[in-house]
Design a binder for this molecule. Structure first.
Ligand code: ATP
Ligand code: MG
Ligand code: MG
Length: 601
């Protein structure tokens, strides 16, 4: 295994392992029954991490960073990582998303049945499984004088919270006795109050400089059907209350989240300290650590905004190859290895920054180059006719050509194709009056300074050397056919191959055996590196030319390949047979990325 550079999270974990921070984890009082079953009997000497998505959309490349980080740390330190659905918000969640998240984590190469969970537990964790315990924890806070039912209107509550300069004002309900609060909270639970008529609030400090500590709401009334618990509850915990409780019940050691939760950390600690005092959870409790979220140029990383692109049909779906979702990246042709390498290269830090999109593409090239089979493809085809073929080779003759599947891996074998009188070449490989430095096909001509220039000689890669004759054009001046002469006895791999020196080599496929393919060429989805910069609506920065579809010709070896296979087309970059549309009677390929970094140039 390669050496992993250290970072602040690795240092914290190494420190805690060396000091046995969690080795002596103990229950403070009478252990809660729910508390035990959430994570089974934990191994106290291990680090225990979690990846806690809310199942309200498809995961994106930012989540991939978090998955690679949490599962990767668990793997590297012999710990475990829980996949946990943070499903405490009933209205936005759906089992479609649950399934897609499971699929995405597995595809990225992490299996929580092996590096996750307690022994014997092979299903992901669900926050909604803890609703009973959360309710008990809320009653405990009430009984111990740390929570109260507030019946101010939402507007009053907002005003009385104060702001950055003005301290908050106590609610008139703040001085209720624990007995009154408990009775009222049970009425909330039993459906005696309307939605929004009351909330349960933690009783902390209305003058705290941290607004998150000014008696945050921890339970609200919401008559909503939940995909896991059905209609059992009409009150639901707030995320800021639920999340620390979930971590504690699962005996997480290091709860790693993005920087925007930094201001929530004091409440996280306040709450878990109270629950430790009450003996509801083990001590020491989990700790929260924040890292900078991934911001990737030309990319949106917000489930809500990605959902908007899907719902408004700006893209073909969550798995559109232009989407930064894991399903989109996968369909585009990204591999799990490339995404893992990308996550490793960008590392983790404590300050927000933008990562250049080329870093992601670079990781793809570096992982695919050593393994991707090579093939030739002509993306913008024009026909080349070898005018002397019949005399030199014999009318109707096809000559065998071969090439390595991979130039550095002879064990991968050889690919075979045939050359005949007609081949497809790239339209851009012919110029009637070539610019300086153009070494591909051009006819004999007189240049701008009146010099006579001889026709070019180029090699058809893996084939023969040819000499350009000229081209036929249509009424609009568009070239419809290029002509050249074959120079006999110059085929690659034969003794005469080097008898004629050439400055240019061009790729081609034979008209006789080429396979026609639909090739989808993708460009960035947004025209701006920061799609929401300058207060712009990101929809205004959509790139109208982010997809172009061409009819290409590819080598015959591509005729029978399954979907999801990746290639390097010589000169053109990395391609994949499309997971959805390939193979149903036609070849459909996506370009993952070009040969070199050209993004944003
Ligand atoms: P979004 O804003 O896209 O909905 P989210 O943070 O609300 O993202 P969650 O489902 O709560 O989505 O995220 C699960 C985990 O993924 C969280 O721990 C979160 O910190 C992490 N995560 C989400 N977006 C990013 C990102 N851009 N970079 C790194 N981690 C991220
Ligand atoms: Mg979230
Ligand atoms: Mg969000």
């Amino acid at each position: 295994e390669t050496h992993k550079p250290s970072n602040f999270l690795r240092q914290i974990i190494e420190h805690d392992l060396a000091n046995g921070t969690y080795a002596s984890r103990k229950w403070g009082g009478s252990p809660g029954d729910a508390a035990h079953h959430a994570a089974g009997q934990p191994d106290p000497a291990r680090v225990r991490l979690r990846f806690p998505p809310e199942p309200n959309g498809y995961l994106h490349v930012g989540h991939a960073k978090s998955i690679c980080l949490n599962f990767g740390l668990a793997r590297d330190y012999g710990g475990v990582c829980h996949l946990r659905f943070d499903d405490t918000n009933p209205e936005k969640e759906d089992t479609e998303y649950v399934d897609s998240i499971i699929e995405a984590v597995k595809w990225l190469g992490f299996d929580w049945a092996q590096i996750g969970n307690a022994p014997g537990k092979d299903a992901p964790y669900q926050a909604s499984d803890y609703f009973d315990f959360m309710y008990r924890a809320a009653e405990y806070l009430i009984e111990s004088g740390h929570a109260y039912v507030d019946e101010q209107s939402a507007e009053e509550m907002r005003i009385n919270r104060g702001d950055f300069v003005k301290p908050g004002t106590d609610s008139p309900f703040r001085s209720r006795t624990p007995a009154e609060n408990l009775a009222r909270f049970r009425e909330m639970r039993d459906g005696k109050l309307e939605d929004g008529a009351a909330v349960l609030r933690a009783k902390i400090d209305m003058a705290s400089p941290n607004i998150n500590l000014r008696d945050p709401a921890i339970y609200r009334i919401r008559r909503a059907h939940h995909h896991n618990t059905g209609d059992k509850w009409c009150i639901y915990p707030m995320y800021t209350f639920a999340h620390p409780v979930e971590d504690a019940l699962e005996q997480i050691t290091h709860s790693i989240c993005t920087l925007e939760f930094e201001d929530q950390r004091p409440f996280y600690d306040w709450l878990l300290d109270r629950l430790c005092e009450g003996g509801l959870i083990a001590t020491p409790h989990p700790h929260q650590y924040e890292f900078a979220r991934l911001n990737l140029t030309y990319v949106l990383t917000s489930k809500r905004k990605l959902a908007q692109l899907v719902n408004e049909k700006r893209v073909s779906g969550w798995d559109d190859p232009r989407m930064p979702t894991i399903v989109g990246l996968r369909r585009r042709g990204y591999t799990a290895e490339a995404i893992q390498l990308f996550a490793e290269r960008i590392g983790v830090s404590k300050s927000d920054s933008w990562i250049d999109y080329s870093t992601l593409e670079g990781a793809l090239r570096d992982t695919l180059d050593p393994i991707a089979p090579r093939a030739m493809a002509v993306l913008d085809p024009v026909k080349l006719v070898l005018t002397n073929w019949d005399e030199v080779m014999g009318a109707g003759t096809l000559d065998d050509c071969s090439a390595p599947v991979h130039p550095h891996h002879p064990e991968q074998g050889t690919r075979h194709f045939k050359i005949g009188k007609e081949v497809w070449i790239e339209r851009t490989d012919y110029e009637e009056t070539p610019p300086k430095g153009f070494f591909r096909l051009f006819p004999a001509h007189t240049n701008a300074s009146g010099q006579a220039i001889a026709a070019s000689k180029v090699r058809l890669k893996y084939g023969h050397v040819i000499e350009c004759v000229g081209a036929t054009k249509d009424a609009n001046g568009q070239v419809t056919e290029v002509q050249a002469k074959l120079i006999p006895d110059t085929k690659s791999g034969t003794p005469g191959a080097d008898s004629v020196k050439v400055k240019g080599v061009i790729t081609w496929v034979g008209v006789n055996d080429a396979v026609q393919a639909e090739v989808r060429l993708y460009d960035r989805l947004f025209t701006e590196a920061h799609p929401e910069a300058n207060g712009n609506d990101f929809l205004e920065n959509l790139n109208a030319n982010s997809l172009s579809v061409v009819t290409a010709y590819v080598e015959p070896s591509m005729a029978s390949i399954p979907a999801g296979q990746r290639f390097q087309f010589e000169r053109h970059g990395y391609f994949v047979t499309d997971l959805v549309d390939h193979g149903t009677g036609k070849a459909v390929l996506n370009r993952v990325t070009g040969m070199k970094d050209s993004f944003g140039k």
